[in-house]
Design a protein around this ligand. Structure first.
Ligand code: GLC
Length: 798
């Protein structure tokens, strides 16, 4: 019997789609949740593995964790011991790995609940992070299902990291940690007198005080790993739990851990609740405030409700209803949540523990907030990025918050994402005053965001080949093409497409703002670029991808490996640089050569041999990641390109091939989480063709959301209003969207009576027919209804 929807052997979605329920802990890979409020975060797997951090998941990790996707053996654990029988198990499957009578892990939006039944005791632990404090809460319920009283004890166990991870030289690092039990907070605090951050000369203390508390107060604790595990002991059978005793060890001379022991005496059928806190703050008084606020059942439950409400409100402003449930669940809940909690706030995952800001990465992710009608987050991020730019227009490729240390490389596209996202922001908000906001450069005075963008664009224009094509430098969007143009001779065709779009859009913007000089310059340069690309980069059936410093071409029919690259085709369409016939021909090549069973490949065929002139792209195993896998970020662009050409079937077919909910119906092959998009899926040269990986920390979440809304459903913000230009599968009867735009809510209903899937028959706004498919701006805080009927006949797009 089916218990929910999209069920497989390991779990299912609730009807509403906002929870994924895992019914057995041995999923094909760890299926995790990344829960972050932007300051504090935790990651937790269905088995109870994971770690916690403050601000930066690698430079400021609270608890120890090692990346091991097979064993998943590092976590923060809770044990339960039956003091009569001397038996014990863990609330999550790890680390004891006992087969429970019943097991369930619910990953929700902002929380995870792990429940099980063992020896007549039902337990459930809810893990979450309140929206604006720097801690996590574990709300634990223990219920006696039997007719006899039970005498039990709870033990927690975590290893303190307190700073840069991994602290692989543990014997060194433990020499700086101090642990203490504090009666006033009912728990442990831990500090460290060293924080070996990059460029701090190892003479700085960790800024924080970590704490781990429980309510009701514990009857024992342990801060020493040896006392807890026993020498040569293991988390699967810790001595303290085996014996049921703690020795109250703490101080500076321990291998620092956190363990709290709580007595649990239950009458028949009685249930008791416990609240554990774990977090870090700068002051002890702040810990006392947090413990007073959250360290009791009532406070923790109120915080849980508030957290759920916070997420529902943030994500609920944009809502879709289509005939495809998997599309709805992905777009209504998980893509938004993945983009915000995982990518933008948490910036980490199981496959890629991280924490830095990638210049182009989080800028692209910040588009999710434009779709949710919360542009203030996007603007704040644009400003942050402007502050990480140099006067010459270049930027830090990535930088670490906390130390503000980053790397500057000769990457050729990073800085262009600043104007690109600013344009998206302006179209979504109409707030042109943002252009005047001033921010300093890393090496100079303040200037307006408008000037920051001009400096970025002018830098790109200063790096051209004699053929009038932009230089690729140490890579463009594809980081792994890092050797193609190190001598600043090789050219990037993808970059040419991207730059063309920016020149056109920024040129138009400049003209609109009365800056004709810049406007005309950009528009004429766009025209020249278009000519150069179409003269030198057309390979007969598709666009080439690049040339290297020696003049060799990449992505051409003359190549034996890497004959065709996806981005060079999709962006030819997205940017408008390709004449229509070439745009169509190029996308035909994508469908014929790159599109495979699990989506369009990033390139084909994958490189079998290392080519040091290209870079680490060719060092990846064939079929993996950038070397010929389905790279999801780029696959999202392929869907958009198909939509812009009006090829609804192809767009939807590709969408369905990459939709993780659909892929999760064969979990043994796909392996990755059903509810979030993977960074990549192995391509045909891999024996694991079709396997997903690198989930959570991928720029494809925000893009897939944008592509679903702007491409398939066809709602595209412009300066003048909201364009409605759907490109839906012909079989759909229609769809509905609640769309927040410029301070008003648009309740849009599209009908597809002739099963054409596109073209506009008529548009009715608030009961009045309008003559275009440009829905006006209201900015009045009200709800407006829009009814659209799609055409009887399909007219070809120009
Ligand atoms: C990684 C990088 C991203 C880059 C992509 C393609 O996801 O974070 O910035 O565009 O790889 O190489």
């Amino acid at each position: 019997m089916s218990r929910g929807i999209f069920e497989n052997n390991f779990g299912y979605f609730t009807e509403e789609g906002d929870e994924y329920i895992i019914t057995r802990p041995d999923t094909p890979r760890p299926w995790v949740n990344v829960i972050s409020n932007g300051q504090y975060g935790l990651i937790i797997s269905q088995a109870g593995g994971g770690y916690s951090w403050h601000t930066h998941a690698t430079l400021n990790r609270l608890t120890r964790w090692e990346q091991d996707l097979i064993r998943d053996e590092w976590g923060k654990y809770i044990y339960l011991r039956d003091n009569e029988a001397g038996t014990f198990w863990s609330l999550a499957w790890k680390p004891v790995c006992r087969l429970a009578d019943w097991y369930e892990c619910r990953h929700g939006i902002g929380y995870t609940v792990i429940s099980s039944v063992n020896e007549g005791i039902k337990t459930s632990a809810t893990f979450f992070v309140p929206s604006n404090d720097t801690l996590e809460i574990w709300l634990v319920k223990i219920k006696n299902l039997a007719e006899v009283p039970r005498n039990l004890s709870l033990f927690t166990y975590l290893e303190w990291c307190l700073g840069v991870a991994p602290d692989w030289h543990r014997e060194f690092h433990r020499c700086f940690v101090e642990t203490k039990f504090y009666n006033s907070i009912g728990g442990i605090i831990a500090t460290k007198r060293l924080w070996d951050l990059p460029k701090t000369r190892w003479n700085r203390s960790w800024d924080y005080i970590a704490f781990h508390t429980v309510c009701p107060p514990p009857e024992g604790f342990e801060c020493d790993k040896e006392a807890f595990l026993g020498i040569y002991g293991s988390p699967a059978r810790p001595r303290a739990v085996v014996e049921g005793t703690t020795y109250q060890t703490s101080g500076n001379w321990v291998d620092p851990i956190g363990c709290l022991k709580v007595e649990v005496k239950l009458e028949p059928y009685e249930e008791k609740e416990f609240v554990f806190l774990l977090g870090a703050t700068k002051e002890l008084e702040e810990i006392e405030r947090l413990v007073a606020k959250y360290g009791n059942v009532q406070g923790a439950k109120a915080a849980f409700e508030k957290t759920r409400y916070f997420w529902r409100e943030l994500l609920g402003s944009l809502w879709v209803e289509t005939p495809d449930k998997a599309f709805n669940i992905l777009n209504n809940w998980w893509l938004k949540y993945q983009a915000i909690s995982g990518r933008f706030w948490g910036r980490t995952g199981y496959y890629q523990p991280a924490g830095a800001y990638g210049f182009r990465d989080q800028l692209q992710d910040s588009q999710v907030f434009l779709l949710l009608g919360r542009p203030e987050f996007t603007l704040e991020h644009l400003r942050l990025c402007a502050r990480h730019q140099f006067c010459d227009g270049s930027v830090l490729h990535w930088w670490h918050p906390i130390v503000e240390d980053g790397v500057k490389i000769n990457c050729s596209d990073d800085f262009l994402w600043l104007p690109y996202i600013l344009i998206q922001y302006l179209k979504a908000t109409g707030n042109f005053s943002a252009l005047k906001i001033e921010e300093p450069y890393l090496d100079g005075d303040k200037e307006s965001l408008y000037m920051h963008c001009i400096r970025a664009i002018d830098l790109a224009l200063s790096r051209f080949s004699s053929r009038g094509l932009p230089l690729i430098g140490e890579g463009d969007w594809n980081d792994a093409m890092n050797a193609v143009g190190v001598e600043m001779k090789g050219e990037s065709i993808w970059l040419a497409h991207f730059l063309y779009l920016i020149l056109m859009e920024f040129g138009e913007l400049a003209v609109k703002l009365g800056d004709d000089k810049v406007g005309r310059r950009y528009l004429s340069q766009a025209e020249q670029l278009k000519q150069a690309v179409n003269q030198y980069a057309w390979d007969g059936e598709w666009y080439i991808r690049a040339t290297d410093d020696k003049g060799n071409v990449l992505g051409s029919k003359i190549c034996s490996e890497g004959k065709i690259f996806l981005n060079a085709q999709t962006w030819a369409v997205i940017s408008g640089i390709a004449p229509l016939d070439r745009a169509r021909t190029a996308m035909n090549a994508v469908e014929q050569l790159l599109e495979q069973e699990y989506g369009p490949l990033l390139l084909w065929p994958a490189y079998e041999r290392v080519n040091s002139q290209i870079g680490y792209l060719t060092r990846y195993t064939p079929g993996v990641r950038e070397n010929g896998g389905v790279y999801m970020h780029a696959a999202a662009w392929a869907i958009l390109a198909e939509c812009l050409l009006g090829r609804a079937e192809a767009a939807y077919r590709m969408y369905c091939k990459v939709n993780p909910i659909k892929r999760s119906l064969t979990p043994e092959l796909y392996k990755a989480e059903p509810y979030v998009v993977p960074g990549s899926v192995d391509g045909p040269q891999s024996p694991n063709f079709g396997r997903g990986g690198w989930t959570w920390y991928t720029g494809s979440a925000a893009w897939l959301l944008k592509v679903g809304l702007e491409g398939i459903l066809g709602l595209r913000p412009t300066y003048e209003g909201l364009i409605c230009d759907p490109c839906i599968p012909p079989e759909w009867e229609g769809f509905k969207v609640r769309y927040p735009f410029r301070g008003a809510i648009y309740e849009i209903e599209v009908k597809n009576p002739y099963h054409t899937g596109r073209g506009i028959q008529n548009v009715v706004v608030d009961g009045t027919i309008i003559r275009t498919n440009l829905i006006p701006v209201f900015s009045d805080g009200r709800v407006h209804t829009v009814h659209i009927a799609l055409s009887k006949k399909i007219t070809n797009r120009s």
